[in-house]
Design a binder for this molecule. Structure first.
Ligand code: ADP
Ligand code: ASP
Ligand code: MG
Length: 465
């Protein structure tokens, strides 16, 4: 069997959903399980509705829910036949009524708890998996809706719940496999789950990729296909650098580094469950299904190019802790890290000097509180609007003077922090957010103008066979 995951852009409207039905039909002999995201931008809208409700903005919250109601109803109507529609319409109406009640309840309580936020957000995947199931049935696919909350069992950390792989495997074998054996096509929402007690959770933004990988690993899939709106993993974000080329093959380790450092195309954790079972992962384009996409494998073949790709992660804050006398002192770094830990804030890049420690964190509301705690032991400065840029490639290990070449390609762009070597397959540095487009274009020009055709597409998307 295979897992086919369709991201938000691949199911954004009736035409897109119809396209996915054709893609699934073409793979029925491989016994697909389909994992779908919410339609694009729906998760953002639900989060905004929950936030508005929590702040007491009732009309705004209900207005956002109303827009989503219309969008889902219009999508459903366009996809199913007239006889099938009334039942689906009534089901959607019922679900949206419960969403309205939930939002009114949040307004009444005057607070959005992480638990209710997960509940609100879960509507995106729950409703879309229902619409997609009906659309597939209308197109002759024996689709069967599976409630993701019965399969994706997680802990109770709302917003970032940790999936329990063993339990998921057990549930997938009991609930999903029998459908496959019966020749049906199971459809489930990604991203959402529930605790063993049945409380709804979500597994982090972009988490549908992770859901797909967990189900695929639980069922020993032959392949996991991540369908999105670009031709695969590219040498850099194609929205910033139109010259970006498709990467034909990439290793798990390289893909994970890239995903972690901002290549939004793949959720960072996706690759883990697949690596553990040696299941190949493909990134494919639902707008261009004939393209062979990117294959992610345990060990990528040797390539003549130093780098596979460049990623950038924006919204980074640099925190600088200055404590001239304390820095060498035993336990000082631990005290700093403990403060970040207390605020559940993870650190990406660290560099130390004689008098200071600089750290980068994703910008978030906790930073002033962290700074206040740090000020008890040292002087603290922090600055937002930075970005981490990361060049990834297994060949970095063996390439001399690579850092010098990278920094000379950047020219006069000011580099604020540098880190190389932690994983041996990346060079990472921090620059101002405003410099990201120029930095990516310069690096891309320097390192991807001449590349190994075994590993990358030629310009214009041509492929060497
Ligand atoms: P989905 O809705 O399918 O989950 P995402 O928006 O999460 O899609 O990811 C796809 C997007 O990731 C692409 O449209 C592209 O703009 C962006 N992206 C960023 N970096 C890369 C990269 N290196 N390769 C491919 N896409 C990238
Ligand atoms: N719908 C969720 C999000 O927007 C999960 C996903 O798309 O993977 O984050
Ligand atoms: Mg995604």
């Amino acid at each position: 069997m295979i897992v086919m995951k369709f991201g938000g852009t691949s199911v954004m409207d009736p035409m897109a959903i119809d396209r996915t039905a054709h893609i699934v039909k073409g793979r029925l002999s491989r016994r697909p399980v389909v994992v779908v995201s919410a339609m694009s931008r729906v998760t953002d809208a639900l989060l905004a509705a929950g936030k508005a409700a929590g702040e007491g903005h009732r009309a705004q919250a209900l207005g956002l829910a109303h827009d989503l109601r219309l969008r889902h109803q219009e999508t459903a109507r366009a996809l199913v036949d007239a006889a099938q529609y009334p039942r689906l319409r009534d089901e959607l109406e019922h679900e949206f009524d419960t969403l309205d009640e939930l939002l009114k309840g949040i307004v009444a309580v005057g607070e959005l708890s992480p638990r209710s936020s997960d509940y609100v957000v879960s509507y995106g995947e729950r409703l879309n998996s229902r619409v997609v199931t009906e659309a597939y049935l209308a197109r002759g696919i024996r689709a069967a809706l599976v409630d993701a909350r019965q399969v994706m069992i997680t802990d109770a950390q709302h917003g970032r719940a940790i999936p329990q792989a063993e339990e998921i495997e057990h549930r997938a074998k009991n609930l999903v496999r029998p459908l496959l054996e019966d020749g049906q096509v199971p459809i489930m929402g990604g991203f959402i789950g529930a605790t063993a007690q049945g409380v709804q959770t979500t597994i982090g933004r972009g988490g549908s990729d992770f859901s797909a990988a967990l189900v695929g690993s639980g069922l020993d899939a032959e392949a996991i296909e991540i369908w999105t709106d670009v031709d695969g993993m590219m040498t850099t974000d194609p929205r910033i650098c139109p010259d970006a080329r498709r990467i034909r093959v990439i290793s798990f380790e390289e893909a994970a580094e890239l995903a972690y450092f901002g290549a939004k195309v793949l959720h960072p954790a996706t690759v883990l469950p697949a690596v553990q079972k040696d299941i190949p992962v493909f990134v494919l384009n639902s707008l261009n299904p004939a393209n062979e996409g990117t294959l992610i494998v345990g060990h990528a073949p040797r390539s003549r190019s130093t780098f596979k790709a460049i990623a950038a992660k924006k919204r980074i804050t640099i925190v600088e802790v200055v404590a001239a006398r304390m820095l060498g002192a035993h336990g000082f770094l631990k005290a700093i890290f403990d403060i970040f830990d207390k605020h559940h804030c993870s650190i990406d890049v660290v560099s130390t000097s004689e008098v200071s420690v600089s750290l980068t964190v994703d910008s978030n509301e906790a930073i002033p509180a962290i700074a206040a705690d740090l000020e008890k032991i040292a002087d603290v400065k922090y600055a937002g609007r930075n970005a981490i840029v990361c060049l990834v490639g297994e060949n970095i290990r063996e390439t001399p003077q690579i850092a010098a070449r990278v920094f000379s390609a950047l020219g006069e762009i000011n580099v604020r922090m540098i880190s190389q070597g932690a994983s041996e397959i990346n060079i990472t540095f921090v620059i101002s957010e405003d410099d990201v487009p120029e930095a990516l274009r310069r690096l891309h020009r320097a390192f991807f103008t001449e590349v190994d055709p075994e590993v990358f597409d030629l310009p214009g998307g041509a492929t060497v066979h």
